[in-house]
Design a binder for this molecule. Sequence first.
Ligand SMILES: [Zn+2]
Length: 315
Amino acid sequence: MTIIIRDTTIVTSNPQRELLYNSAIVVDGGEITDIGPTEEMELRYSGCELIQGRGKVIFPGLINCHTHLLATADKGILEDYGFPTTLRFPTTGRGLLDSDESNIFALLACIEAIKSGTTTLLEISSDIFEYAESLNSTGLRLLLAENLTDVDGSRSKQLAGGFRRVGAFKFSEAKRDASLRKGSDLIEAWHGKSEGRILGFVGPHAPETVSPELLKASKLMADDYAVGYTIHLSQSYKEIEIIKDLRGVLPTRYLYDNEFLGDRLVAAHCRHVDSSEITLLGRSQSSISHNSAIGARRGAAAPIRELLSAGCTVG
Ligand SMILES: [Zn+2]
């Protein structure tokens, strides 16, 4: 069925980034088939269903390139007490969710995304399998990355701040193998599903919680499946301190040394990268997820101009 949304403002993503006023957009079978002045479109496509768009704006769907949807269960805690929370809870809000509750909180996050005009999410989490079907049911475009780590200890302990001490970081081959298996199981099950609306991604967690072996294996998995991959990077001074102690270099250099950087990488945060790291990220054409809300809470932003001029894509 053909629908015309009439008399509205259209924000285009054409090279000129034009704004079209008093315009109409024609949608046929889920695809935009024409755009132009309202009178012209109504004459050309007479008899179609008309939706009044006056006073509204149509714009391309936004892409959130770093989500943890179950963090909706931590609302009000992260905002007030930081992350990791200074409350020193033994676990997090999301750590208390059972399977049904995980699905509800994930759906709540999807509704919030849709209400904000966001149509694509890069979701990184542990056990996405539990709520992937719910995510699929929302109609959102999704990139799904299982959170991979081989640090020897529980995820909830990490999230609750139990890994603040450098000496707490030990790595486990068994955990690495199990983590990689879950990552590839997720991709096998969901990559390309719903007419390609859902894609798999590879998501090693962060420099301090991923060994060199897991970094390399993650990159290999992304290459084998021809998918993108993501990691948290340079998100806190603590991370830098830990990586300097564990690996003797800065976090980005640790990734570079393990051949992890590249044009299919989405590095999240990058708030504290220095000029040598910006050069490495730019030369490798890595993309950066600029997570502004938590940056504002922590009083630090990624050096966006420098990253852009070095050659990175920033989203
Ligand atoms: Zn994150």
